[in-house]
Design a protein around this ligand. Structure first.
Ligand code: GLA
Length: 382
């Protein structure tokens, strides 16, 4: 039986489990206004704060630096909590060596080939930070800026509005981009992300969140036994620099077929040429539902050991599934253990990588007077 969050919380109450076990940490009580604490200081003296939110049995900790989800605690089927996202316990590591752990990604999630694109006849050169290519917005992406954070309580929801203004020409992108990202924890313990952005010149934009999940608990080992479902019949194969070739290839009969729940590790060593290029899975799945007016369910991740489940709904046309291929045992996580290849995975809702250079991909152009809006909903269970 799959328990949803309400069942778990109600069951715990009936079993007489104290609120402190399930909810109420000192930093944030359930459904109450988010609480701020100093987390660290950047080299230039800027203070970085950590905001704690709690609602519906989910505990979320967010940094003003990069909008980073530093910790996300969920109960398992026995109401035992674990932090299910990879991260660090200090600011210096986030600045010096983070592979985008938990961060907001902008202006452009994933790669733009050679960091180049042409828009309305003008050629733009972006910051190149991944071989020849521009990755996740360039050398100083949205993950490396301090955001203005505004907490809120609205009805039974709690959350944070995060604001960042990227000046015209930053990392090579045209237009002043004013971005607001809203993190909401609902009374059911679901985590929703709403992105909004406006520009004063035509530009391209593709925002996402780079949370690394391990539903058995951060630092607990491999995610290869996690079962994953992705509602996509096609994906975008890449070249050796992980830039899409432009083809939309069928998943049927390949290791990329996650249309039915399958352990991540089942076909990860199949030796498919695309897996060899990426050192595992690091691809954009073309979601069957396409772009939708509202978030629709596209992926389910389940850890059979703890029973924890994550369901993702989005309005976006693509999902980047990255199996933590570049984690190499050199980073020490929040809980003091090192992360090795496959110790966490990412499911990034997005437009397709390198869209500005592929006329057959859905457009990522944003023009003045229009507002870019996208939402992703994470629903948890055990
Ligand atoms: C994304 C990319 C990967 C890798 C990670 C960060 O998911 O697709 O290739 O760069 O970010 O390490």
């Amino acid at each position: 039986m799959e328990l949803n969050r309400r069942t778990v919380i109600a069951g715990a109450a009936a079993a007489g489990i104290a609120a402190t076990t399930l909810g109420g940490t000192a930093e944030a009580a359930s459904g109450r206004k988010p609480v701020r604490k100093l987390f660290g200081t950047l080299a230039d003296g800027t203070k970085v704060y950590r905001w704690s939110l709690e609602n519906g049995g989910t505990r979320l900790k967010v940094l003003s630096y990069g909008g980073i989800v530093q910790s996300l605690e969920l109960p398992d089927r026995h109401c035992r909590y674990a932090n299910v996202v990879a991260g660090f316990d200090n600011v210096a590591d986030y600045v010096a060596k983070s592979p985008y752990f938990g961060a907001l990604i902008g202006r452009y999630g994933n790669r733009i080939g050679k960091g180049r694109f042409t828009l309305d006849g003008t050629a733009y050169q972006l910051s190149v930070n991944d071989g020849d290519n521009s990755l996740h917005g360039g050398a100083q992406g949205f993950d490396k800026h301090v955001w203005d954070v505004e907490p809120f309580v609205k009805g039974s929801d709690v959350g944070l509005h995060l604001h960042y203004t990227s000046v015209d020409g930053e990392m090579g992108y045209p237009g002043t981009l004013r971005t607001t990202v809203t993190y909401t924890l609902t009374r059911h313990g679901d985590w929703r992300i709403d992105y909004a952005a406006t520009t004063d010149k035509a530009t391209v934009v593709n925002l996402t969140s780079h949370v690394y999940w391990n539903l058995a608990g951060e630092g607990s080992g491999t995610i290869e036994d996690h079962e994953l479902t992705i509602a996509a019949s096609r994906y975008t194969p890449t070249d050796s620099g992980l830039i899409p070739t432009g083809e939309l290839a069928g998943v049927a009969g390949t290791p990329f077929d996650f249309r039915h729940a399958k352990p991540v590790g089942r076909d990860i060593r199949a030796g498919h040429e695309q897996q060899v290029l990426a050192k595992g899975y690091d691809h954009n799945w073309v979601l069957d539902k396409g772009i939708t007016a509202r978030p629709e369910h596209v992926a389910t991740l389940r850890d059979p050991r703890s029973g924890r489940t994550l369901k993702i709904a989005t309005d976006q046309p693509g999902l980047q599934f990255y199996s933590g291929n570049f984690l190499d045992g050199t980073l020490t996580g929040t809980g003091g253990r090192t992360y090795r290849q496959g110790d966490a995975l990412c499911l990034e809702t997005q437009h397709f990588p390198d869209s500005p250079n592929h006329a057959n991909f859905p457009s990522t152009v944003l023009r003045p007077g229009r507002t870019y809006r996208t939402s992703t909903l994470h629903t948890f269970g055990a």
